[in-house]
Design a binder for this molecule. Structure first.
Ligand SMILES: N[C@@H](CCC(=O)N[C@@H](CS)C(=O)NCC(=O)O)C(=O)O
Length: 212
């Protein structure tokens, strides 16, 4: 398979983790987001949503990181990134969506560029916006994780799941903008447990061939 990726893309980072956890080799195809390569005609033919990542399976080009991870789960069930019970699956999806739908879209590249360029916000204004949505979302994630008996060594039980594939890249983003992470001890404990695993470590931005 071929993964269209950018080292700093947290959505691509989620998929890199899932591929590594499942032991699947992939070829990387780099898309430089700050240069706007994702908005070009060539990438538009790969992904009409003009977003990274895309997974080219040979049979189809898949986009949206959680849809890609669910596809990998169905085609390569072991090790499982979703629990087998219906309630557990709903919980892991809920935690994943909390990151992917409630936090990440507020702070992705085009939202921040719009604040800067169209709305004339200063770097300070943009950073304040960024940290606000990180704090809003991570406090909710922390409340979920700290209050559930289903939280274990990882977000759900003692093996990594799709929720961890979402949690870890979001913490990397938060650190990049110097967000205060002290209010989220459960989240950070899980982050540390994930980063002790090779599959997470190898997927991190600084270890990608296109890292700058
Ligand atoms: N919901 C999408 C989000 C994809 C996304 O926003 N990717 C970012 C990089 S992390 C991107 O391509 N941004 C380009 C832009 O905002 O113009 C997913 O989970 O795949």
């Amino acid at each position: 398979v071929k993964l269209y990726t950018y080292f700093r893309s947290s959505a691509a980072f989620r998929v890199r983790i899932a591929l590594n956890l499942k032991g699947l080799a992939y070829e990387s195809c780099f898309v430089h987001l700050p240069k706007g390569e994702h908005r070009g005609e060539a990438y538009g033919r790969v992904n009409p949503q003009a977003l990274v990542p895309t997974l080219d399976t040979g049979a189809a080009k898949l986009n949206q990181s959680l849809a890609i991870i669910e596809y990998l789960e169905q085609t390569h069930p072991s090790p499982a990134l979703l629990p087998t019970d219906a309630l557990g699956r709903a919980r892991v999806r809920s935690l994943s969506l909390l990151v992917a739908c409630e936090i990440h879209p507020m702070n992705n590249l085009r939202a921040l560029q719009y604040l800067r360029r169209e709305l004339g916000q200063s770097e300070e204004g943009v950073t304040t916006w960024y940290r606000h949505w990180i704090a809003d979302g991570l406090s909710k994630l922390e409340a979920e994780l700290a209050s559930s008996t289903r939280t274990g060594r990882f977000s759900h039980g003692d093996t990594p799941s799709m929720a961890d594939c979402c949690l870890v890249p979001q913490i990397f983003n938060a650190r990049r903008f110097d967000s205060d992470l002290r209010p989220y001890p459960t989240t950070m404990r899980i982050f540390d447990a994930c980063m002790a695993l090779d599959a997470f470590d190898r997927a991190q931005p600084s270890k990608q061939p296109d890292a700058e």
